[in-house]
Design a protein around this ligand. Structure first.
Ligand code: GLU
Length: 479
């Protein structure tokens, strides 16, 4: 029987949840849930200078918003595997580093950063691929002891075995191999006593019974380093899947400085994207379902997800597609929910004090089907908050037709007959109909003049609704 699937998302708390991180978390989560396994949230917080205040909480909060709830995390620990923050696991790493030292797989290195830099420069100048020159590899136990007693700082390096090939079958890339010759003796424990990522991750993945790892392709070249530690400790490694890059519309890797795309999940939340739409959209960043269907809810994605359909080529973050997906989800929401989504943006942008709740609801209703994200409502409805009627050139040109003044006069007189309470969409529609008969205007020559005279634009939302929303007073004065 296959072991229970256990996967993890292991961010560094150096920032908020980035699109790339969210996608990594999502794929691990979908894989775990597809196989009834556990999804673990662990924190790689050993780069202490780069950690930010609240980084962990913000990561968890944004994951939760997306609907990704870890089975285990620092806040929800399983005592068998806790703690879940690397800085709280230092004694665990110490135990294994002692084993590696004792077995001669690792050694203490007293080279100073200046010496290492100088050697690096020398190698580069000589055209050799730079790697540690093993100066400290063969220090005698007495020499090591003397240096330690003299209080010299040291790192601990792994002694990379000679002439070995490290290979594995990647769930996404297939067979991958690396030669140990190309890897210098790398640092396991830094001079401050804190382990490096490549060492700690092995200990954690092993001790937490992690079975599969989906992570970004930037970690591919770290894998042989991790495999050598597994081998030295006599453990078997998890199965890896290295996901391809997410690129922007210029096919460039998403970088935090790229302003063409909002990079953080919280920004989408702030702009009024829906979490289930983001979940759906991100699942399509590097994974594709079998058929043509692209809209899947949370549970269906779990059912459909297959590691066999993860893409080998970069996935483009297509903002228009995200809007399309989000619009599909907005359409499915009730009008009340969409009003709740839009209201904060509306009240931020406009003074709503003169408008009833019903008016706001009617306003949002007009755009319910076309809305891509909550904040978009602000520009869509601007016409209802402008006092001055603005008519562009093309529309002015159109209004020169000599039949128009009569059509508008008739329409105006029809509207005047409506009481304030009767100024409803249906009654306004009836006035348009009546104008058609009386003024003998039809089609474009009926609707367009009325639309331009009342809203100033040639194309817009449903005409009768627009007139109702503008209100009787404004419409009559414009007419
Ligand atoms: N902290 C690493 C990262 O965020 C995790 C890498 C891994 O999954 O092994 O990239």
């Amino acid at each position: 029987m296959m072991d229970k699937v256990r996967v993890r998302y292991a961010p560094s708390p150096t920032g908020h949840l980035h699109i790339g991180g969210a996608r990594t978390a999502l794929f691990n989560y979908l894989f775990a849930k597809h196989y009834n396994g556990d999804f673990i949230f662990r924190l790689e917080d050993t780069d202490i200078e780069r950690n930010i205040e609240g980084g962990e909480a913000s990561q968890l909060e944004n994951l939760k918003w997306l609907g990704i709830i870890p089975d285990e995390s620092p806040l929800n620990p399983n005592p068998k595997y806790a703690p879940y923050r690397q800085m709280e696991r230092l004694d665990i790493y110490k135990k294994y580093i002692d084993i590696l030292l004792e077995k001669g797989y690792a050694y203490k290195c007293f080279c100073t950063p200046e010496e290492l830099d100088a050697e690096h420069e020398r190698q580069v100048a000589a055209g050799i691929a730079p790697k540690y020159n093993r100066k400290c590899c063969d220090l005698t136990p007495e020499e090591v002891k003397a240096k330690e007693e003299a209080g010299l700082p040291y790192t601990i390096r792994v002694k990379v075995p000679a002439g070995k090939t490290y290979e594995f079958d990647d769930m996404i890339r297939g067979h991958v191999s690396f030669e140990s010759e190309d890897i210098g003796d790398w640092v396991l424990i830094k001079a401050n006593g804190i382990p490096t990522y490549n060492f700690a991750v092995v200990i954690d993945d092993h001790c937490m019974d992690i079975t599969h790892v989906f992570r970004g392709e930037e970690h591919l070249s770290n894998t042989p380093k991790q495999l050598m530690i597994y081998e030295m400790l006599g453990w078997s490694a998890p199965t890896y899947g290295h996901m391809t890059l997410i690129v922007n519309e210029d096919r460039k890797k998403l970088s935090k400085r790229d302003e063409s795309i909002m990079q953080f999940v919280s920004q989408y939340k702030e702009e009024g994207y829906l979490p289930d739409a983001m979940f759906n959209f991100m699942a399509l960043l590097g994974w594709s379902p079998e058929g043509e269907q692209e809209i899947f809810n949370h549970d269906d994605l779990i059912k459909e997800f297959s590691e066999k359909r993860l893409s080998k080529s970069p996935s483009m973050f297509d903002k228009e597609k995200l809007k399309w997906v989000n619009n599909r989800y907005i359409k499915e929401r009730s009008l009340e929910e969409v009003v709740d989504l839009c209201l904060p943006f509306l009240s931020d942008a406009y003074d709503l004090s003169n408008h009833s709740e019903q008016w706001v609801k009617d306003l949002v209703a007009v755009y319910h089907d076309q809305l891509s994200y909550g904040k978009e409502i602000v520009e869509l409805v601007s016409l209802f908050f402008e006092d001055e009627l603005q008519i562009d050139e093309e529309a002015q040109e159109f209004m020169k037709d000599e039949s128009i003044p009569n059509t508008l006069a008739v329409f105006k007189s029809k509207l005047e007959e409506l009481s304030d309470a009767d100024f409803t969409k249906d009654n306004i529609q009836a006035c348009i109909k009546a104008t058609q008969k009386e003024a003998k205007a039809k089609g474009k020559m009926l609707y367009m003049p009325i639309r331009i005279a009342t809203t100033g634009i040639m194309h817009g939302p449903d005409l009768a609704s627009s007139i109702m929303l503008l209100g009787k007073e404004k419409v009559l004065s414009r007419l």
